[in-house]
Design a protein around this ligand. Structure first.
Ligand code: FEO
Length: 393
């Protein structure tokens, strides 16, 4: 899209991906996404911060041409993943004296991923600085947002923090700055929930590391620029904490209606106790919504019929994803149904073994179930209520 001015001498070169429907071929993108590069014009040197996804390289080149840049001295590559590094080879070709500024790990990755030649690198250290003429860049390593090499760049004179994936949001928009806070924060949570949940300890360290920097603007490499950074910092402090909310996430699937009947009953019982029940039919649900709900949930209850002696493959997929994400839930349980038997509980237990949860005794229902089974569901809801109370929810 058209080049947008962030501040004097600082420009956003954003490529909106309006029609991208999946990220990492996994999480649905109801609002698309964007890849943001930035140009910082120092008196002596011109710096490009990040590039864009390879499929958008032509747009980035158009933006660079629109700025009529005679030279680019530095390409600061804050993160080597291709949605930010993918256009580096073309930019290096356009500007044969440009250097790629990154850390040791980033150099290793960029060499392997996009074959940047050895002599095109300038390797920086944590907290290292670079004077580009009236503007000073300070590189602050913020690793394990989801890759180990990621860093942020603090532009002291303009009080801007460039953060790449950190604080990014999956949204394609013409708004340079955040206008619709609700929408952007949901898009940011979607991004956080997809890749950052397992790394929340590192996220907390990174938040500590930037805490005392004097910045007024956060400029991530996905989504909008924050002129009120507090909203996203507060959200990250909340999401990455180990505090949970009075929420039960229920990934479920029903083949012949009995699981649906018991899940409906379970939801009603939880609601009667003031618990926020979030069911996700894994056949039709936006799996990104489930991932977002997992960011805060105190409890996860997976409900599934037995299939071929194990669990339905679509439930196995949801359980596998949950296990990979390692959300901070404290409790878990299973509602299962079967006709001739099976190992559903064992299989699900194995699939969820990364979770640090207290398992509450599963409810297993034969066939269409009985009044006694409904009481088992009542009992499960009551146990969850008591467990939540025990942690002050
Ligand atoms: Fe936006 Fe980790 O790439």
């Amino acid at each position: 899209m058209a080049v947008q001015k962030v501040k004097e001498g600082i420009f956003s070169l954003r490529s909106n991906d309006w029609d991208r429907t999946l990220f990492d071929e996994l999480i649905p993108l109801p609002d698309g996404t964007s890849y943001n590069a930035y140009v910082i014009m120092g008196k002596n040197k011109v710096t490009l911060v990040d590039t864009v996804d390879p499929r958008k390289t032509e747009e980035l080149i158009q933006d660079i041409k629109a700025l009529n840049l005679k030279k680019i001295d530095y390409i600061v590559s804050q993160h080597s993943e291709q949605d930010h590094s993918g256009s580096i080879p073309e930019i290096l070709e356009m500007y044969p004296t440009a250097k790629v500024v990154t850390n040791k790990k980033g150099k290793e990755f960029l060499t392997e991923l996009i074959k940047v030649p050895e002599d095109r690198f300038l390797v920086i250290d944590d907290m290292g600085t670079m004077d580009i003429g009236g503007k000073t860049l300070k590189f602050i390593f913020t690793p394990w947002v989801h890759w180990p090499e990621t860093f942020s760049t603090y532009l002291a004179e303009d009080k801007i923090l460039f953060t790449c994936d950190f604080f990014g949001a999956h949204i394609a928009t013409n708004d340079l700055f955040v206008k619709d806070e609700g929408k952007v924060m949901e898009a940011a949570k979607r991004y956080y929930s997809e890749i950052m949940v397992p790394f929340r300890t590192s996220i907390r360290s990174n938040l500590q590391k930037i805490k005392d920097l004097d910045f007024e603007i956060i400029a991530p490499s996905h989504g909008c620029v924050y002129q009120n950074p507090k909203i996203i910092i507060d959200a990250y402090n909340d999401w990455s904490s180990e505090n949970v909310k009075n929420v039960v996430v229920i990934p479920y699937l029903s083949m012949h209606g009995s699981i649906q009947k018991f899940v409906n009953h379970f939801i009603r019982k939880l609601q009667e106790k003031g618990i926020d029940a979030r069911p996700f039919d894994v056949v039709t649900a936006d799996i990104g919504n489930m991932a977002m709900a997992l960011v805060d949930a105190a409890t996860i209850v997976i409900a599934s019929p037995t299939m071929l002696g194990g669990v339905h493959p679509k439930i196995a997929y949801a359980a596998y994803l949950t296990n990979l994400l390692r959300p901070k839930a404290k409790f878990a349980s299973i509602i299962g149904s079967y006709d001739w038997g099976g190992r559903e509980v064992d299989v699900l237990g194995e699939l969820l073994k990364n979770l640090k949860v207290e398992m509450i005794k599963p409810v297993l229902i034969k066939g269409d179930g009985t009044e006694e089974d409904l009481k088992g569901i009542d009992d499960l809801a009551e146990q969850i209520y008591q467990k939540h109370r025990s942690i002050n929810l």
